[in-house]
Design a binder for this molecule. Structure first.
Ligand code: ADP
Ligand code: NA
Length: 330
């Protein structure tokens, strides 16, 4: 393929992806299939940087893959696989560990944030080095573009630094990737507390829309979303974060622009907006749930898709690793 290559990984989520994951990440994955030679993986090796129950991890990894397919990833148009099915990730990860400075790794703010949440000294060495495994994830595929959120920018910088370092010491081996940060990507906020982003780890379940929720629950969450005491449907992220969040969700799901929505709802109340948005959401999540369930009900098909994905991924990864080992003197 002469298309630029894209690589992204998503954590195996427990239960269900949420609306923020979909509108902020997965939708971009689906779009990039059309323009890039795209590799997407469920990063179970990254998941074990935190304690995991094996049965849950196995189920969640499959459920995540099923949801990615349900969301529109097409195994004919992209390469979808499970990270641990491609042993080259761990192998190149080790090599990258050995060219990373301790101080350099210590500066990764994501590690500082994540380890602080676990209490001093409790974080694993795996969590400390996970940005370096991420470097290997990207370099294995010679990726040009890495679709990530703003919080991952530092890790892309590390990837470029390590690729350049290796290339200088051992000869040109790796492509330097660029962060593919989609500027207009939607950031979705908690429905009950629109000051914080929607996240699986935040606040009340009422503020979080899981894609696999029952349609009735989805409807209820939209209808009880926090707004404000004005009765004007207008986008103003600062003064009207709740209504603005609903407009963002509505616009991103339907493709209608925010100004068009503001015009359409002029003179109408929040109730009308919520009723319509609830219907839009239900129309979206209902087929999504059915498609996800269909993959889970047919484990042979899912296994076969993932086995083919791993095979396609390994064809690229093993070539990069062989060249790396050769350069290193192995
Ligand atoms: P969470 O924040 O729930 O733990 P993750 O960190 O696993 O979610 O995020 C997976 C992907 O979803 C990332 O690309 C991240 O940028 C995106 N994402 C997560 N929450 C949101 C949100 N509220 N709005 C937009 N994108 C989001
Ligand atoms: Na997060």
């Amino acid at each position: 393929s002469d298309r630029p290559r894209a690589l992204s990984g998503i954590q195996p989520t427990s239960g269900s992806f949420h609306l923020g994951n979909y509108l902020g990440a997965i939708r971009q994955y689906v779009a990039l299939q059309e323009t890039h030679d795209a590799f997407y993986m469920v990063v179970d090796l990254h998941a074990i940087t935190m304690p995991q129950d094996p049965a849950d991890l196995r189920a969640n990894t499959r459920l995540s893959a099923a949801q990615l397919l349900a969301a529109g990833l097409d195994p004919e148009r992209c390469t979808l696989f499970i990270q641990s099915h491609v042993p080259e990730h761990a192998q190149l990860g080790w090599v990258m560990n050995c060219i990373t400075g301790f101080g350099e790794a210590s500066r990764m703010t994501q590690f500082k944030d994540k380890s602080a949440k676990q209490g001093a000294g409790n974080a694993t060495v795996g969590l400390f080095t996970y940005p370096i495994l991420q470097v290997a994830d990207i370099l294995l595929y010679q990726a040009n573009a890495v679709p990530v959120g703003e919080d991952q920018r530092q890790h892309i910088e590390l990837t470029r630094d390590l690729a350049e370092r290796f290339n200088q010491r051992f000869g040109k081996t790796f492509t330097l990737p660029a962060a593919h940060i989609v500027k207009e990507v939607a950031k979705i906020y908690d429905l009950q507390d629109p000051a914080i982003k929607m996240s699986k780890s935040s606040s009340s379940p009422k503020g979080l829309i899981n894609l696999l929720d029952e349609p009735k629950a989805t409807e209820k969450k939209i209808k009880s979303a926090v707004t404000d005491t004005e009765a004007e449907i207008r986008f103003d992220a600062e003064k009207k974060p709740g209504v603005s969040n609903l407009l963002t969700i509505y616009s991103t799901l339907t493709g209608e622009s925010v100004p068009a929505l503001e015009a359409a709802y002029e003179g109408k109340g929040y109730g009308a907006l919520k009723t319509d948005l609830a219907a839009v959401m239900v129309d979206f999540v209902t087929p999504f749930r059915l498609r996800t369930q269909a993959y889970l009900d047919d484990p042979e098909t899912l296994d076969s898709i993932l086995a083919k994905g791993a095979e396609k991924a390994r064809a690229v990864a093993s070539e990069t690793l062989a060249q790396t080992y050769d350069r290193l003197g192995f």
